[in-house]
Design a protein around this ligand. Structure first.
Ligand code: ZN
Ligand code: CU
Length: 491
C-alpha cells in the first residue's frame, strides 16, 4: 500500500472511496483502505481515513473490487446499439470480451438475414454492417458504450463472408480470404480468433483449416477461443483438438463456457478438468464458465434428447411463446416437440442439461474464469445475462462457501485480465485504470430467474469505468466512458 497523500500533494483527487474493504483482484486477503481516483486512474491507496478528495463516498462495510471482466459475451451489437449495457453495469461488469463462439458482428456486411447462430446477434441482419474491425471500432469510438470491450474475430462470421457454401472445408482461396480478414482484425486491435465448430456454419471446418487460420495469431500473440465441436459424449476429443491447435500455432487457447452436457455425461467434469490440468503443465490453456446448470443458444431439435426441460427464449413467428416451456407449447398445439421446434423457427431456447455437481466442480477449478454467455437480444433471456457475477459472489461464494470471496473476485478480475492481456485492468493498485465496483458482500445476489430474467442484481452500490460512475444505487448514470481495449495496448 502506498503512503498517504499529504496536504502538500497539491490538488485534491476528484474522488475518494473511504473506509473500503479492498479485494484487489489478486486473490490476496482483503484489507481496509481509502482509494483515491483522479481522471481515469486510481491515484493512491492509503490507510482508512487518511485520504481527502473533492468528493467522498463512505464505503464502510462495503467491498471494493476491480470492475468485473465478462470474458464470454455476445455483446457486439449492444455495445454499438445505444451502448447503455445495463445488464452488465448493473452487475459490476466494466469490461466485456465480445465476438465469442465464432460469432462477431464485425467482418460481414450486406448479406441480409444471417444463418443460425449468427442470428443470436440480430435475426433481421440489419446490424451486420461492419465489413472490417476498423469500421466497427470507429463506430464504437464515435459513440462509446458504458463499458470497455475487447474483441475476437468470429470464424463463423468470416466463413459466411468468405464462402458460398460453408457446409464443407474452405478452399485454399477461401482460406486466404479468411486469413486476410484475421490480419485486418488483429491490426485493428482484436485480441484473437473465436470458433464455434459446434454450429453448422463452422462444423465442416477440419482441424487443418483451424490451424491454418490460427497461425495468423502467432506473431501478435492472439488467443484461440473456442466453443468446441462437442461438449457431450465426444468432449475429450474436442479438448484434444483445441490443445493441438494451440500447440501447432504456439498460442494460448481458451475453452469457452466449459460444461459437460447431457444426462449420460453427468459427472464427467472429473475427466475433462484432469485433461485440462495436465495440458496446463505444457501449454497455455484457460477456461471460463457461467454459474448455472442450464445452457442457452438457438432452438434445435438435436438438443431435446439431452435436456430434461426446454424453455423458449425467443421466436420470430411466435413471440408469445418466449418464456414458455416447449413441452407445454407442443401440448397446446397438439403436436410433437419436434414439430413445435420447426414451427417456432427461427428461435432460441434454454436447455436444462447439466449436472449441478459438474457446474460447481468446474467453477471451483482454480483456473476457471467467469463469463456470462448472456444473450442480450433474447425476449426471455437466460438469467445469466443479468445474474452471473452476483450469483458467483452471493450464491456460490457466500452462501454455499464454494470458495472465499477473494477467490471469487479473482476469477472475474485479475485472472481474466492476465489471461486476455488487458493491461492495467483487473487490479486495485495505484496507477491502474479506475474500473471499480463497490458492493455489499452481505447482500450481493442475483435476482434474475428463469421465470423473471430481466432483473438487476441486489447489493451493487456503485460502478466506475475509467473513473466515471456508470451505476449508482440501482440506476444507470447514462455515462458512456467505455473504450476499445486493443491487443497489446499498454497503460
Ligand atoms: Zn458458445
Ligand atoms: Cu457464447
Amino acid at each position: 500500500m502506498q503512503a498517504d497523500l499529504g496536504a502538500g500533494a497539491g490538488r485534491l483527487p476528484a474522488l475518494v472511496i473511504a473506509n473500503a474493504t479492498v479485494f484487489d483482484g489478486s486473490a490476496a486477503p482483503r484489507f481496509a483502505a481509502d482509494v483515491a481516483i483522479d481522471g481515469d486512474r486510481i491515484q493512491a491507496l492509503g490507510r482508512p481515513g487518511s485520504l481527502r478528495g473533492s468528493a467522498t463516498i463512505d464505503a464502510s462495510g462495503l467491498a471494493l473490487a476491480p470492475g468485473f471482466i465478462d470474458v464470454h459475451t455476445h455483446d457486439d451489437r449492444m455495445l454499438v446499439d445505444g451502448g447503455g449495457m445495463e445488464p452488465k453495469v448493473s452487475q459490476g461488469v466494466t469490461t466485456v470480451v465480445a465476438g465469442n463462439c465464432g460469432i462477431s458482428l464485425a467482418g460481414l456486411s450486406g448479406r441480409g438475414r444471417p444463418p443460425q447462430p449468427l442470428d443470436l446477434l440480430d435475426p433481421a441482419g440489419d446490424w451486420f454492417r461492419f465489413p472490417t474491425f476498423r469500421a466497427y471500432f470507429e463506430a464504437f469510438e464515435q459513440h462509446p458504450a458504458a463499458t470497455n470491450a475487447a474483441f475476437l474475430a468470429g470464424h463463423s462470421t468470416l466463413r459466411i463472408a468468405a464462402m458460398d457454401d460453408p457446409g464443407r472445408a474452405a478452399s485454399p482461396a477461401e482460406c486466404r480470404r479468411m486469413c486476410a480478414a484475421i490480419d485486418e482484425a488483429m491490426e485493428a486491435g482484436a485480441i484473437g480468433l473465436s470458433t464455434g465448430t459446434f454450429y453448422p456454419p463452422a462444423a465442416a471446418a477440419p482441424t487443418a483449416e483451424l490451424i491454418e487460420l490460427s497461425r495468423r495469431l502467432t506473431a501478435g500473440g492472439g488467443l484461440y477461443v473456442t466453443h468446441m465441436r462437442n461438449e457431450a459424449e465426444a468432449i475429450l476429443p474436442a479438448i484434444d483438438e483445441t490443445l493441438e491447435i494451440g500447440r501447432a500455432c504456439g498460442i494460448g487457447v481458451v475453452i469457452s463456457h466449459h460444461k459437460v452436457a447431457g444426462l449420460a455425461n453427468h459427472g464427467r467434469s472429473v475427466e475433462t478438468l484432469a485433461r485440462i490440468a495436465d495440458a496446463m503443465q505444457r501449454q497455455p490453456v484457460a477456461l471460463d464458465c457461467y454459474p448455472y446448470d442450464a445452457s442457452s443458444t438457438v432452438l434445435s431439435a438435436s438438443r431435446l434428447a439431452m435436456s430434461s426441460r426446454v424453455q423458449v427464449a425467443w421466436s420470430t413467428p411466435h413471440p408469445e411463446c418466449a418464456g414458455r416451456d416447449l413441452a407445454r407449447i407442443a401440448a397446446d398445439w397438439g403436436v410433437s416437440a419436434e414439430v413445435a421446434v420447426q414451427r417456432l423457427q427461427p428461435a432460441g431456447a434454454i436447455y436444462f442439461m447439466m449436472d449441478e455437481a459438474d457446474v460447481q466442480r468446474i467453477l471451483a477449478f482454480p483456473e476457471t474464469m467467469v463469463g456470462s454467455d448472456g444473450l442480450p437480444h433474447d425476449a426471455s433471456p437466460h438469467p445469466r445475462l443479468w445474474g452471473t457475477f452476483p450469483r458467483v459472489l452471493g450464491h456460490y461464494s457466500r452462501d454455499l462457501g464454494l470458495f472465499p470471496l477473494e477467490v471469487a473476485v479473482h476469477k472475474m478480475t485479475g485472472l481474466p485480465a492476465h489471461r486476455f492481456g488487458l493491461h492495467g485492468r483487473g487490479v486495485v493498485e495505484a496507477g491502474a485504470f479506475a474500473d471499480l465496483v463497490l458492493f455489499d458482500p452481505a447482500t450481493v445476489a442475483d435476482t434474475a430467474t428463469f421465470e423473471a430474467p430481466v432483473q438487476p442484481a441486489a447489493g451493487i452500490r456503485a460502478v466506475l469505468v475509467n473513473g466515471t460512475p456508470v451505476w449508482r444505487d440501482g440506476q444507470a448514470t447514462g455515462a458512456r466512458p467505455g473504450r476499445v481495449l486493443r491487443r497489446g495496448a499498454r497503460p
